[in-house]
Design a protein around this ligand. Structure first.
Ligand code: PGA
Length: 252
C-alpha cells in the first residue's frame, strides 16, 4: 500500500486579494508535475475561497476552508457554515486550529467535525499541546483533544485527516520546529489514541500531518524521519515556490 502524501497550505491572513490568490493558484496548477504523487491542498480565507476554487477547477489541487461554524445555520453573524464552504467549492476544512481554539473548546470542535463530515467535507482535525512537560502531561492533553473530537462520531471519520501542531512551534522558523524524532514519537502516540477510539483498520489509514514552522529547509528531514504523511504549512505556504519546495520534499 502506498502511503498517502498530503501537504495543506494554511494561508491564514497571509494572502490578501483575489488577484494574488488567483495568480498563486494558477501558478501552482502549472507546476503540478513537479510534485507528482503528493496531494496539494489550499486553505484560503473564506473571502478568497471561490476565486481559488474556480482557478483550480478540474486540477488535482484541492481547496478547503481554514475553519467553519459549529452551527448548521441561523443567527450567527460572521459565521460560515459547512454547507456554504461546500457550495463555494471546498472539499475539506481545517478544524480546531490552535489559533481558533483560543475561543473554541473541545465540545465546539466536535460539533464542527460532525458538521464537516455530514456535509461531505473532509475534516482536518488539528491537535497539539501548548507546551511540553517533563511528566508527559502533553500526551494526555492531545489524547483528550482526539477523544472529545471523535467520540460519538466515529462513523463520520471516513475522510478524517489529523494535523499534529505543537502550539509552541507554530509561526517560527525551520530551526525552531520540532525535532523529527519527537514528531515521530508523537505521531505514534496519536495513531495509538486513534486506534482506541476508531476501528483499528480505519485508524491505521488516517493521514497524520505535522505543522509548526515547516519550511523547504526542514521539510525533507521531517518527512523522512518524522513518520508523517505530510504537512500543514502556515507562513511558508504563502509563496508558491516555497510551498512547492515543501511538496517536493514529500516526493519519493
Ligand atoms: P507555521 O503555521 O507553518 O507558520 O508555523 C502552521 C499552522 O499554524 O498551521
Amino acid at each position: 500500500m502506498t502511503k498517502k502524501r498530503l501537504v495543506i497550505a494554511n494561508w491564514k491572513m497571509y494572502v490578501h486579494t483575489p488577484l494574488e490568490a488567483k495568480k498563486f493558484a494558477q501558478s501552482l496548477r502549472r507546476k503540478t508535475r513537479a510534485f507528482a504523487g503528493v496531494e496539494a491542498a489550499l486553505a484560503p480565507s473564506f473571502a478568497l475561497l471561490p476565486v481559488v476554487a474556480a482557478a483550480l477547477k478540474g486540477s488535482s489541487v484541492r481547496v478547503g476552508a481554514q475553519t467553519l461554524s459549529g452551527h448548521e445555520e441561523g443567527a450567527h453573524t460572521g459565521d460560515v457554515s459547512a454547507a456554504m464552504v461546500k457550495a463555494a467549492g471546498g472539499t475539506f476544512s481545517i478544524i480546531g486550529h490552535s489559533e481558533r481554539r483560543l475561543t473554541e473548546d473541545n465540545e465546539y470542535v466536535h460539533k464542527q467535525l460532525v458538521l464537516a463530515a455530514t456535509n461531505g467535507l473532509a475534516p482536518v482535525l488539528c491537535v497539539g499541546e501548548c507546551e511540553r512537560s517533563q511528566d508527559g502531561a502533553h500526551f494526555s492533553f492531545i489524547a483528550e483533544q482526539i477523544r472529545s473530537a471523535l467520540t460519538g462520531s466515529q462513523s463520520l471519520a471516513g475522510k478524517l485527516v489529523v494535523a499534529y501542531e505543537p502550539v509552541w512551534a507554530i509561526g517560527k522558523s525551520a530551526v525552531d520546529a520540532m525535532k523529527p524524532e519527537v514528531v515521530r514519537e508523537t505521531v505514534i502516540f496519536i495513531r495509538k489514541t486513534l486506534a482506541e477510539v476508531l476501528p483499528r483498520e480505519q485508524a491505521m489509514r488516517i493521514p497524520i500531518l505535522y505543522g509548526g514552522s515547516v519550511e523547504p529547509e526542514n521539510a525533507k528531514e521531517l518527512f523522512i524521519e518524522g513518520g508523517v504523511s505530510g504537512f500543514l504549512v502556515g507562513h511558508a505556504s504563502a509563496q508558491v515556490d516555497s510551498f512547492v519546495g515543501i511538496l517536493q520534499a514529500c516526493k519519493k
